[in-house]
Structure formats: C-alpha cells, structure tokens
Design a protein around this ligand. Structure first.
Ligand code: 5AD
Ligand code: SF4
Length: 435
C-alpha cells in the first residue's frame, strides 16, 4: 500500500470553521489523506478562512504569499482556500494568487473528494455554490476513532438578520437548521468516541428551528444522551432568546451556566443604525430574566466600536451598558468596512478615534473579567480536564463557566470531571486543587 497523503489545515475565524475543518479532513480522509501539523510535509495545504473583518481577509493573502516557498520546494503540493474568503472572493483568489489550486466555499466542501480528483488530473477546482444537496447528508457519520472530551457540533448555519456591518448573510447564506435526529445521532457518535461536552454551533444558534421547541427542544433531547455531561451553545442573538431557552438555563443540569450574547453597542441610536432590532433597555430586561433563571450565569459579549455615526456620547452608552451588565468574557473590535454591506457606504469614524475607544472599552472589559475571576477564588467548580499542562503533573480543563483551570495533580486523567477548589487567579486562568 502506498503511503497516505498528508493534509495540513490552518483554521482562521470562528468555531464554525473549526468544526468545518474537522469535517473537511474527514472528507479527504476518504481520498487517502491523513492530517499533519507540519506544513512542510504536506501534499495539500488548506486555509480555512474568515472574512468577518478586513484584517482577517487580508491575512489570507499574506499567508498565501508565505506558502509560495513550499510550492517551489514541492511542485506537486496542492494549495486550497476554503471558508468565508473563498465564498466571498471565489475565482478572484486564483487571479490574485495563481498558485492556488482549489477554492471551496463553506456550503460545498462535501464535494472535496471530486474536487481532489480534478486536482489529481492537473486541473484547478472552484466551488462556491449554495447547493441543493445537503452537505451533512453527504458527509454522514463521524469516525469512530477515540477523540478528546470536548467537541463542536454545527446545528444551524447562516443568518437572516442582516446587521448593517456583517458579511455573514452573504458568505454563509440564509438560515438553515439541521434536522434534530441527525444531530442527536452525531452527538451519540461523538460520545462513543469519548466526548463528554458538546458545544452546539450556529451563526444564529438560538434561531435553530429543526426541532419542536427550537434550540431548547434540541437541548432537552441531547439531555437524554447517556454519557454526554455538558451542553453549551454559541452564538446567540438577543431577539431569539425565547422563554423555553431561558427556562432551560435554570432547569437543565447539563446546560452550562455560560452565555455568549453579543449586544454590539449600548447606544439606541447605534443599535438602530446597525439594524439590531432591539433597544438597550430590552437587552437589560432580557439579561434580568436570564439571571433570574440562573443567577450565577457568566455572560460573554461582542462589541463593535466606531460604527459609522457613533459619537463620544454613543460610545459612553456602550461603556455604561458594560458597567451595568458585567461581562465575564468579551470580544471587542473596531468597526471594519465590509464590501457589499450597508454600513460600508456610510461616513466612517476616524481610525484614531476608533482605536482610542477600543482601548478604553478593552481595559474596562478586562478589569471586569479579572474581577469575576477573583470572585471565583475560594469557590469549588467542576472541571472537565482536557489536556496536560506544560509542567509535568499539571492538568488543564474548563470549569462550567468556561474558565481555564490549572491543577497540580497526577491523579486525574483527560476526560475526568472533578470538583476543584479555586485557590488563585492569573490574568486568563484559574489555579485550583482537586477536592
Ligand atoms: N467590523 C467589526 N467587527 C465585526 N463583527 C462582525 N462584523 C464586523 C465588522 N464589520 C464582530 C461582531 C460579531 C463578531 C463575530 O464579529 O461583534 O458579533
Ligand atoms: Fe469568520 Fe463569520 Fe465566516 Fe466564521 S462565519 S469564519 S466569523 S466570516
């Protein structure tokens, strides 16, 4: 038998891309590829790309520039671009970088095996369709090989919300929910392979409608899967947080007390210009209801500063919202113009103003995050251990609040779920002792 061919995948962007990269690797596994973490050994290099901000997209072209050397060293090397830049730019990528052999969008990667056939014939391959055939039906079941204790599982893709800043409705298309029976089967396969925690993914995951009762209905079905200990989901839109989902946070033991609920801005004027379709007050009321259901829930958010038309007073409204809500985790960005989106056409805020606001917001958010971590010291949390630390005898896992927790122990295995008393906090992690 000939040696297996080697595939190196580099993943950018969100967790949906992490999931897609796994599925692409599995799909090419059928064509004799095994994954490698050394690009210099690869027969195929795939960049799974993100288009959410200009910087993310530009990174791809500089990375492709760097890959030229590998292609010179190995002329048989195939180079592919997958993901959201592939979807947005299509054939343009091959024009800008003629050494690219393959361009595949996020909705058509189940066709990778046929595309690989074309590459083997010395052709190039391009597929950025939104095809009728369901990629998940083609990809079917997951491999049986033993894997780590946590996994992502995409349940919903695309977005119908059309926030004025966002490319996702264009790169990932309209909202589509996978049927719940397939998701349950995939969850069972993951559990059989050793998974104990599943994070359900979707660009608008709480708009999931593939089961009665929406995402909450699906979560209650997954609650019945033996061996599955923890359920999480991301990313949610405030307008899709229905009563059943809020209620599940209080009543479903497997659903973890962590919620990523982006608000983007604290100014009503900016929220309206962003087409978010809710006010700051509605967001506050929603947070109150969620915290009434699950008082210890840790909130996470996304923020954009310098959206077109944002004044200093609007920005202060965002700072005020952050102080009022209190976030345990947050991601904040300068507004980045995305071609084809409504806000790209508007008068832009100056770059240095954006940068100044970003710094002020980030220092507030990181103080809040640190304060919440400090408040964990002395508490006992449940940690799912995921890997060995850099020091021998050290194990690293995640608490129910998604904090990274280190423990000095030789008596814990990867995949163990253990009570840990938090004894100290670093800037981005907690230190604990096994109880
Ligand atoms: N500029 C800056 N940030 C953006 N995001 C989405 N589009 C843009 C943009 N054009 C941020 C939002 C979103 C997160 C995934 O990325 O905060 O929630
Ligand atoms: Fe980036 Fe959005 Fe695509 Fe995820 S879905 S990779 S965040 S553009």
């Amino acid at each position: 038998m000939s040696d297996p061919k080697k595939l190196f995948i580099k993943t950018y962007g969100c967790q949906m891309n992490v999931y897609d990269s796994e599925r692409m690797a599995e799909s090419l596994g059928g064509k004799g590829y095994v994954t490698t973490d050394k690009p210099e050994d690869a027969d195929m290099i795939l960049l799974n790309t993100c288009h959410i901000r200009e910087k993310a997209a530009e990174k791809i072209y500089s990375e492709l520039g760097r890959l030229k050397g590998f292609k010179t060293a190995n002329p048989d090397l195939k180079i592919g671009v997958a993901g959201c830049v592939a979807q947005a730019e299509g054939a343009e990528i091959m024009k800008r970088q003629p050494m690219v052999d393959l361009v595949v969008g996020p909705q058509s990667y189940h066709r990778l095996p046929q595309m690989e056939d074309a590459l083997a014939r010395g052709e190039t391959a391009l597929d950025t369709d939104f095809p009728e055939d369901d990629k998940f039906e083609t990809l079917k079941s997951r491999p049986k090989a033993k894997r780590g204790p946590t996994a992502f599982l995409t349940v919903q893709e695309g977005c119908d919300k059309f926030c004025a800043f966002c490319v996702v409705p264009y790169t990932r298309g309209a909202e589509v929910s996978r049927p719940s029976d397939r998701i349950i089967r995939e969850a069972q396969e993951l559990v059989e392979a050793g998974v104990r925690e599943i994070t359900l993914l979707g660009q608008n995951v709480n708009a999931y409608h593939g089961h009665d009762g929406g995402l909450a209905g699906l979560i209650w079905e997954l609650d019945k899967v033996d061996g599955l200990e923890r359920i999480r989901f991301t990313t949610s839109h405030p307008n899709d947080m229905d009563d059943a989902l809020i209620d599940a946070h209080g009543t479903c033991d497997k659903l973890m007390p962590y919620l990523h609920l982006p608000v983007q801005s604290g100014s009503d004027k900016v929220l309206k210009a962003m087409n978010r379709k809710h006010t700051r007050d509605q967001y506050f009321k929603l947070i109150e209801r969620i915290r009434a259901a699950r008082p210890d829930l840790l909130l996470s958010g996304d923020f954009i500063v310098g959206f077109p038309g944002e004044t200093e007073a609007d920005f202060e409204d965002t700072m005020d919202l952050v102080r009022t809500v209190g976030y345990g985790q947050a991601y904040s960005f300068k507004y980045s113009t995305r071609p084809g989106t409504p806000a790209a056409e508007r008068a832009q805020v100056e770059e240095d103003v954006k940068l100044d606001r970003l710094h002020r917001l980030q220092s507030l958010l990181s103080e809040q995050q640190y304060d919440i971590q400090k408040s964990m010291v002395g508490r006992t949390v449940k940690v799912l251990f995921e890997k060995h630390g850099r020091e021998t005898g050290q194990m690293i896992g995640k608490s129910e609040y998604l904090h990274a927790v280190f423990a000095d122990t030789t008596d814990v295995a990867i995949g163990d779920l253990r009570d840990v008393r938090v004894v100290k906090t670093e800037r981005n992690s907690l230190g604990g002792e096994i109880v």
